[in-house]
Write a protein that binds this ligand. Structure first.
Ligand SMILES: NC(=O)c1ccc[n+]([C@@H]2O[C@H](COP(=O)([O-])OP(=O)(O)OC[C@H]3O[C@@H](n4cnc5c(N)ncnc54)[C@H](OP(=O)(O)O)[C@@H]3O)[C@@H](O)[C@H]2O)c1
Length: 343
């Protein structure tokens, strides 16, 4: 009997917020690897905010998913069949090109081999993967966080934010978490954030940032844009550094102008530096940064939280949870058992 590959394809583009009907199941036979390819069985799939841009009609930094095409997405899995000498059977690989499906064909240059001695397999998509490495690169390279800095991190309890706050702490800075519930703020404080703001209940967000950072904000990891961005921009310290990393608040209007206040006077008077960040520009650093974060985790300096759903049928729901803040920690989906029970 032919083995089936359970797949989610794009059914229609969202009109505003995505809904489950944007995808439909379209199972197919498990594909056969050709020369140079390996067949990989997904163990965990990752849903990430950048995927919202991939199903928007607006121009983005990467080509979007077409109707009827398997939805994009990253994952970690095991090579089950191989016609590539670089990816022998049994190798654990992680990459951005898994798609929302059980099995995918991978070439060696599209995946990274993951060493399970660094951490559990799902870590390769979480604190030892794209989100953790983004937190590292934005805080250390873009923002150049240093001792004594007061940092603000938005989406602070999420995959990137939870690691960013701990990196600030490791480097001797203090960090203020901005997140969407008191439970998330409490978790951020457990991680070492010095203070927190629930942006959904704060009456006056600029005043809340001022109260948490009376001498101004030296470092801002902006994961959301929108009102949180505005509140921080009104509280910049002299020489502030801002990394524009994500735009959660714009998710459903990427093709519309981002209307709101302008902050050129604040940037000028604070002599602030604002820089956009994209992880895909830094893939050459992936392995070395991953090893450094793994070392911190082994030394007990980094804690992390994953929010794991079960089964390929859960993938669209997991993605919608992420976009609406229902996730608590890195959103993942467990698809199958790891080899020899590892996972
Ligand atoms: N530039 C890059 O290369 C790069 C790489 C990785 C990630 N990122 C960006 O980093 C950000 C965080 O990604 P992640 O993977 O760590 O996701 P995440 O924080 O685990 O999940 C997204 C979180 O965003 C928050 N959120 C949703 N809508 C919001 C809104 N309108 N205003 C404020 N917060 C909102 C929700 O938390 P609350 O409950 O707190 O609202 C939600 O849990 C995203 O913007 C993502 O695009 C960028």
């Amino acid at each position: 009997m032919t083995m089936q590959n359970c797949r989610w394809v794009l059914n229609r583009f969202p009109d505003g917020a995505p809904v489950p009907e944007c995808w439909r199941r379209d199972d197919a036979a498990v594909p056969e690897p050709q020369d140079g390819e390996a067949l990989v069985r997904a163990i965990y799939l990752s849903v990430d905010p950048y995927l919202r841009g991939r199903i928007s009609k607006a121009a983005n930094y990467a080509a979007g998913v077409q109707i009827g095409e398997v939805m994009h997405g990253g994952g970690v899995g095991v090579v089950e069949k191989s016609r590539s000498s670089e990816l022998p059977e049994g190798t654990i690989v992680e990459g951005f090109g898994f798609g929302w499906q059980d099995y995918s064909l991978q070439k060696p240059d599209a995946v990274r081999v993951f060493d399970p001695s660094l951490g559990p397999l799902h870590a390769s998509l979480s604190y030892l993967g794209m989100p953790g490495i983004t937190a590292y690169m934005t805080m250390i390279d873009t923002i150049q966080i240093k001792q004594g800095d007061v940092a603000v991190v938005s989406a602070a309890s999420g995959a990137v934010g939870q690691i960013a706050g701990q990196i600030a702490r490791i480097k001797g800075a203090s960090a203020v978490a901005v997140a969407g519930s008191d439970e998330k703020i409490a978790w951020c404080k457990e991680l070492g954030y010095s203070d927190g703001i629930n942006y959904k209940t704060a009456d006056d967000l600029p005043a809340a940032v001022k109260a948490a950072c009376p001498d101004g904000v030296d470092a801002f990891l902006d994961n959301t844009a929108g009102p949180i961005h505005d509140a921080v921009m009104l509280n910049l310290a002299l020489g502030a550094r801002i990394a524009v990393c994500g735009t959660m608040d714009l998710s459903n209007r990427l093709d519309e102008p981002d209307m709101g206040r302008r902050f050129l006077r604040q940037i000028l008077t604070a002599r602030a530096r604002m820089q956009g960040f994209l992880i895909f520009d830094h893939m050459d650093r992936f392995d070395s940064v991953r090893r450094e974060i793994a070392g911190w985790a082994k030394d007990g300096l980094i804690r992390h939280r994953e929010d794991i759903m079960e089964g390929i049928e859960s993938v669209p729901e997991a993605f919608l949870r992420l976009l609406t803040g229902k996730n608590f920690g890195k959103q993942l989906i467990r698809i199958s058992e790891g080899p020899g029970g590892i996972g």
